[in-house]
Design a protein around this ligand. Structure first.
Ligand SMILES: [Mg+2]
Length: 454
């Protein structure tokens, strides 16, 4: 459903108070209005709507429309906590957008970030991200350019993408790698089962999303239902097994194929150092999220012991989360996502900062990044000099009906297309067919019952 209760506080289709007359942002209440005379009344924000839809999974999308009728889309999807962001937007952001100048993107970002007082956090930053993306979409449409042109133009002809191959056992894994190669992928993330563990992160044992029979995902961890699914974990068994898998994959597929692996925050720094060292003979493109990275100082230990490249940051929310590990050169790839980092504006700043240390992008891009967020990352990745690789899981056909897209995926390379803006259109009627469904990411317990990082 297009949940109108999660749209503007009144009628989502109605103009916001203060819009359309060139007046200031809402002056309701005792505070002074946030006045700023616009040079162009047509660029004032006329409507802001929050659309919650669940075609193959849940998505939260912000749609902003100017007085001139130009619309922009922003992704606010926070996997497993979608309605928290929808409420944040509906209750606390939509009312503040009335009559604001859509062309002042940086000002809007700073206003939403600093005026909230309570900074950072995934809910706040996903909400700000959606506004930032929507305003960039509008600006590029007004300019009549694909967004990457506004960001400086293309630095490359396409974006190398990697897909998620997995299998509980080696034959199944090899089949999955071959299937990805047949689809055009030239870089492959490899995840496998671990002997003795029933169900672990990253394995496409269930190749359809729960409740969506027929929609294949190579790995979709969020399960629909009222409680998170429980998975198993044993780090020692994992550390023994993973190097044997990469040895087998290299023997089967040769030395050229770029291979990636996700540790998904489960190791201590010493364990991560051991894994990095044991994987060095197999020349990984990167080892991702080897530790939770909440204690960033601990990554120095990992670095001292291994030359396996490290990618971290999909759960980070701000440039400040990256500040020390970039400055200390403890990572090689920034795993931030526009959707979780507060939008295109701050992720671009993060990448410019990272460029000083020869650190590249590896933006988070599984299916919980909506087609809108994915498009925003493609435009940014095409423009920046220090692009590294783009994660790309394919959305299901229902999602592609709700979000009409212009990007291409050819011979392993993504391109966002050349339509003005982000190149994504939201079909609100189609979105309305799929109401929100409660879904959670799984969690882990060790053999003795202890909750562990998932
Ligand atoms: Mg990851």
């Amino acid at each position: 459903m297009t949940d109108a209760s999660h749209a503007s506080t009144t009628n989502p289709a109605a103009p916001l108070p203060g819009a359309g007359d060139g007046g200031p942002a809402s002056d309701a209440g005792s505070g002074r209005p946030d006045t700023w005379a616009s040079t162009d009344r047509g660029q004032l924000i006329d409507r802001a709507e929050v659309v919650v839809t669940s075609p193959d999974r849940n998505f939260v999308t912000m749609r902003i429309t100017t007085v001139d009728g130009v619309t922009g889309l922003g992704d606010a999807t926070l996997n497993g906590r979608e309605l928290a962001v929808a409420a944040y937007l509906t209750e606390h952001v939509v009312p503040l957008l009335a009559g604001r100048d859509a062309s002042r993107i940086e000002d809007a970002w700073q206003f939403l970030y600093r005026s909230s007082y309570w900074r950072r956090g995934p809910v706040t930053m996903a909400a700000i991200a959606a506004v930032d993306m929507a305003l960039w979409d509008i600006k590029a449409k007004v300019a009549g350019m694909p967004l990457y042109q506004l960001l400086g133009g293309a630095s490359r002809t396409g974006l190398m993408a990697y897909g998620h191959a997995s299998g509980k056992e080696l034959p199944e894994l090899f089949d999955s790698i071959r299937e990805h190669q047949e689809e055009g992928y030239r870089s492959i993330r490899v995840q496998t089962g671990v002997p003795g563990l029933e169900s672990i992160y990253g394995i496409a044992s269930n190749r359809t999303t729960a409740g969506n029979a027929g929609v294949r995902y190579d790995f979709e961890p969020a399960q629909r239902g009222a409680f998170p699914a429980m998975e198993d974990w044993d780090t020692r068994a994992y550390l023994r097994h993973v190097p044997t898998v990469f040895e087998a994959v290299r023997n089967e597929f040769g030395p050229e194929l770029p291979l990636l692996h996700d540790g998904h925050h489960r190791m201590t720094p010493l364990q991560a150092a051991e894994l990095g060292k044991s994987l060095e003979p197999y020349d990984l493109f990167w080892l991702e999220d080897c530790t939770p990275a909440e204690n960033q100082e601990a990554l120095k230990l990992v670095r001292q012991h291994t030359t396996t490249p490290l990618a971290i940051g999909e759960v980070f929310n701000t440039i400040w989360d990256f500040k020390d590990i970039i400055r200390d050169q403890l990572i090689d790839y920034v795993r931030g996502a526009v959707t979780h980092m507060g939008g295109i504006s701050p992720l671009r700043k993060t990448m410019d900062y990272a460029a000083m240390y020869q650190i590249k992008s590896g933006f988070h891009g599984p299916t919980d990044i909506s087609p809108v967020g994915l498009a925003a990352q493609m435009h940014l990745g095409l423009a920046i000099h220090n692009f590294g690789i783009q994660e790309y899981m394919q959305h299901g056909p229902r999602t592609n009906q709700v979000f009409r897209q212009t990007f291409t995926f050819t011979d392993g390379f993504l391109h966002p297309g050349d339509e003005p803006g982000l190149g994504v259109t939201l079909d609100v009627d189609e979105a309305g067919k799929y109401p929100y469904e409660q879904a959670y990411l799984p969690f882990n317990r060790l053999a003795d019952g202890t909750v562990h990082d998932w």
